[in-house]
Design a protein. Structure first.
Length: 641
C-alpha cells in the first residue's frame, strides 16, 4: 500500500466508524463501542505503517474547490513533524479508547459517545496531515464540533450543556482571527500551501507581515486555551473523563502548538515576542489558579493550561528568526532544520518535545483521575477522598509516575522537556526564565498537594471508604501510559524503540552542555524540590484546605484571580453584548422590517387598493376616466401643463 493510500486510510477509518455508528448503531452501545475501539486500533496500525515506512513528502493532492482563479486543494503533507504528531494522536488516542470501554460501560448513551470519539479522531488526523491552511481550517472546525458533542455528552445536566456552548463560542472567537490570517496570507503570498510557503521562504519570496502570524496565532489562543481565551477549558471538565484525557490533555489543545510549528516560516520577531509573553503569562496564571482547586479534574485542567503556556513560550523563545541575504538565521538557540520537507527551529522542536511528553503524563493523570472518580462513585472533591493508595494500588502507582513526570523529578519525562524550555528562556529572556522557574515551583506545589490529599490519610467519605481498583480495560492503559511518562524524555526511546522516525524534529531540541547543563539540572531540580517539599510539609490529608483555613484572605484573593475573567466576560455579555443585541433588534424591527420592508409593502398595498376602486364595472365610469385621460394628454401636447 502506498503512503498516500495509508494517509487516506488514516482518515477514512474513523470517518466510516462514525458514519456506521450514527446511521445503524445508535441503540447498540456495546457494538458501537467495540467498533470505535477497533477503528482506533486501525488508525494506530495505519499510522505506524506510515510513520515507520520511511517515505516522507509523498505527492498526494487533488483540487477540491475552484472559484475562478482561486482553488482549494485537498492534500497531504507528511514529514517528521507530522509523523511525531500523528504518533501522539494515534497511540495515546487508542489507549484512551480502551480506557473508555470500562469507564463508559454503563452509560446509556455510549453509542453517541464513541461516535463522537471517532469524529474527533477523524478531525484531528486531518489537521495533522493537511498540506494547506484552508484544509487545516476545515478540520480545525470539525475538531471544535466534535469537542462540543463530547463535552456536552451529559447534556441533561445544565452545567455540561453550558460548558459545551462556552467551549464552542470561545473557540469561534479565536477561529475568526485564524480565518482572517489565512485570507490575508493568501492575499499577500498567493498561496496557503505549506510546502510552497516553505520553499519560497529561503529565497525571500514571502511577503512578511506582523498581522498574518498574529491572526493565525488567534486560532492557537482559542484551541490551546491561552489567555484571554482560556476560560472554556476548566469548564470543559463537565464532559466524561476520557474526553478530558483525549481532547484536553493529549490532542485537541495541542493542535494549536502543532499549527504554530507548521507556520514557522511566516513568523517575524515582533509576533514571536507577543507569542512568548502570552505563553509565559498563561503558564503562571494557570499555575496560581490550580492551587485553590478542590475538584481533581479542574486541578489537572489548570495544569494543562500552564503546561500549554510552557509550549507556547518555548515556540516564541527559541524560534526567533531574522532575515538575511542567504535566507533565515536564528539568534542564540534558534538553529533551523531546513530539510526538503519542512522548516523548524529549536524553539518549535522544544515545544513539540514537551507536547509529546505532556501527552503521555497528562493523559495518564486524567485517566488516573477517571479511575479514581469511577471507584469513588463520581466523587471529584479531593477533600472527600483519602486512603486510596492501599485500595487502588495500580492507579496509585501509575498516577504517581504521572505526578513525578509533570513536576520534573529527575529521570522522568517532564524533567527533560521542561529543562529544554528553561534553557531556551535562560538564553533568550532572563525575565521569562525566572517566571517559568517560579511556575515550575507552583506546579510541584499543586500536584504534590493533589497527590497527598487524594491517596493518603484516612477515607473522608463513604465513597472513598468503599473504593476498589478498576478493571483491566482501565488499568492496562494506565500502565502503558506510565511507561511513556517515564521513558519519553530519553533519546533511546525515539532512536531505538521508535526507530529514529522523528529525528528531524527532536534532534533540534536544545541540550545544554558543560556548566550550562549542570546549572539547568540544579535549577529544574531545585524548583521541583522546593515546591514538593512545601506541599508535603504544609498540606495534610484533611477534609478542608489548610490554606483556606489558615489564610482565608490569601485564598480568597487567589480564587478571585481565577474567577476574574469569567466575571469580566459575564459583565461584557450582560451589559454590552445584550444591550447591543437589543439595539440591533430595535433597528431591525422598526427601521428595516417596519419602515423599509413593511413600509414599502404598505404603500404598494394602498396603491393597489386605490387602483381597485377605479374598476367599478360601470360603463359611464370608464368613459369618464377615458375623457379625463384624453384631456390630460391634450394638455401635455399643447404645452399647457
Amino acid at each position: 500500500m502506498s503512503p498516500a493510500q495509508l494517509a487516506s486510510l488514516v482518515l477514512l477509518i474513523p470517518l466510516i466508524s462514525a458514519a456506521v455508528i450514527a446511521l445503524f448503531l445508535r441503540r447498540q452501545g456495546a457494538l458501537a463501542s467495540y467498533l470505535s475501539v477497533a477503528a482506533a486500533a486501525g488508525i494506530a496500525v495505519a499510522s505506524a505503517m506510515l510513520i515507520f515506512g520511511g517515505q516522507r513528502n509523498f505527492p498526494a493532492s487533488v483540487e477540491w474547490l475552484r472559484f475562478g482563479g482561486f482553488a482549494v486543494s485537498f492534500g497531504f503533507k507528511f514529514d517528521d513533524l507530522a509523523a511525531l504528531m500523528l504518533f501522539v494522536v494515534s497511540f495515546v488516542g487508542f489507549f484512551i479508547h480502551v480506557f473508555s470501554l470500562g469507564y463508559m460501560r454503563d452509560d446509556a448513551a455510549k453509542a453517541r459517545f464513541f461516535g463522537g470519539l471517532s469524529v474527533f479522531m477523524f478531525s484531528m488526523c486531518g489537521i495533522v496531515l493537511a498540506d494547506n491552511l484552508f484544509m487545516i481550517f476545515v478540520f480545525w472546525e470539525l475538531v471544535g464540533f466534535s469537542s462540543y458533542l463530547l463535552i456536552g455528552h451529559w447534556y441533561e445536566r445544565q452545567s455540561a450543556a453550558d460548558a459545551a456552548k462556552k467551549a464552542y463560542i470561545v473557540n469561534r472567537v479565536g477561529d475568526f482571527g485564524f480565518l482572517l490570517g489565512i485570507v490575508m496570507c493568501y492575499w499577500l503570498n498567493h498561496t496557503v500551501n505549506l510546502t510552497e510557503l516553505a520553499a519560497r521562504a529561503p529565497a525571500g519570496g514571502l511577503v512578511f507581515s506582523r498581522a498574518i502570524p498574529l491572526l493565525l496565532f488567534c486560532g492557537a489562543v482559542g484551541k490551546s486555551a491561552q489567555m484571554p481565551l482560556h476560560v472554556w477549558l476548566p469548564d470543559a471538565m463537565e464532559g466524561p473523563t476520557p474526553v478530558s484525557a483525549l481532547i484536553h490533555a493529549a490532542t485537541m489543545v495541542a493542535a494549536g502548538i502543532y499549527m504554530l510549528c507548521r507556520i514557522q516560516v511566516l513568523m517575524v520577531p515582533q509576533a514571536l515576542t507577543v507569542i512568548m509573553w502570552v505563553g509565559t503569562i498563561t503558564a503562571l496564571y494557570a499555575a496560581v489558579c490550580a492551587i485553590v482547586q478542590s475538584d481533581i479534574k479542574k486541578v489537572l485542567a489548570y495544569s494543562t493550561l500552564s503546561q500549554l503556556g510552557y509550549m507556547v513560550a518555548a515556540f516564541g523563545l527559541g524560534a526567533v528568526l531574522s532575515r538575511s541575504p542567504d535566507g533565515y538565521t536564528g539568534f542564540v538557540s534558534g538553529t533551523l532544520y531546513d530539510g526538503p520537507a519542512f522548516l523548524i527551529s529549536a524553539g518549535a522542536a522544544a515545544a513539540m518535545f514537551h507536547l509529546t511528553t505532556h501527552a503521555f503524563f497528562k493523559a495518564l493523570l486524567f485517566l488516573g483521575s477517571g479511575s479514581i472518580i469511577h471507584a469513588c462513585h463520581h466523587e471529584q472533591d479531593i477533600f472527600k477522598m483519602g486512603g486510596l493508595a492501599k485500595r487502588m494500588p495500580w492507579t496509585f502507582l501509575t498516577f504517581t509516575v504521572g505526578v513525578f513526570a509533570i513536576i520534573g523529578l529527575p529521570f522522568f519525562a517532564g524533567f527533560f522537556s521542561k529543562d529544554a524550555i528553561l534553557f531556551l528562556a535562560r538564553q533568550n529572556n532572563i525575565v521569562v526564565f525566572w517566571v517559568l522557574v517560579f511556575t515550575a515551583v507552583l506546579t510541584a506545589v499543586y500536584m504534590t498537594r493533589l497527590w497527598r490529599i487524594t491517596f493518603f490519610g484516612e477515607a473522608r467519605s463513604e465513597s472513598a471508604a468503599h473504593a476498589h481498583e478498576s478493571g483491566a480495560t482501565m488499568v492496562i492503559p494506565l500502565v502503558v501510559l506510565a511507561v511513556g511518562a517515564a521513558l519519553s524524555g530519553y533519546g533511546f526511546f525515539y532512536d531505538h524503540l521508535l526507530g529514529g522516525a522523528f529525528k528531524g524534529v527532536l534532534s533540534l531540541v536544545p541540550e545544554p552542555e558543560g556548566p550550562a547543563h549542570w546549572m539547568m539540572i540544579a535549577v529544574g531540580t531545585g524548583a521541583m524540590f522546593v515546591g514538593a517539599s512545601f506541599a508535603l510539609g504544609y498540606y495534610r490529608p484533611a477534609a478542608v484546605d489548610r490554606l483556606q483555613a489558615a489564610v482565608p484572605v490569601v485564598f480568597g484573593a487567589l480564587v478571585a484571580i481565577k474567577e476574574s475573567f469569567d466575571r469580566l466576560y459575564g459583565y461584557y455579555v450582560a451589559k454590552v453584548q445584550q444591550r447591543l443585541a437589543v439595539l440591533l433588534d430595535v433597528i431591525d424591527q422598526v427601521l428595516i422590517a417596519g419602515w423599509i420592508v413593511r413600509g414599502g409593502t404598505t404603500v404598494v398595498g394602498y396603491l393597489g387598493m386605490g387602483a381597485r376602486l377605479l374598476y367599478s364595472g360601470k360603463l359611464y365610469a370608464y368613459a369618464f376616466w377615458i375623457l379625463i385621460g384624453v384631456v390630460i394628454l391634450w394638455g401635455f401636447a399643447a404645452g399647457g401643463f
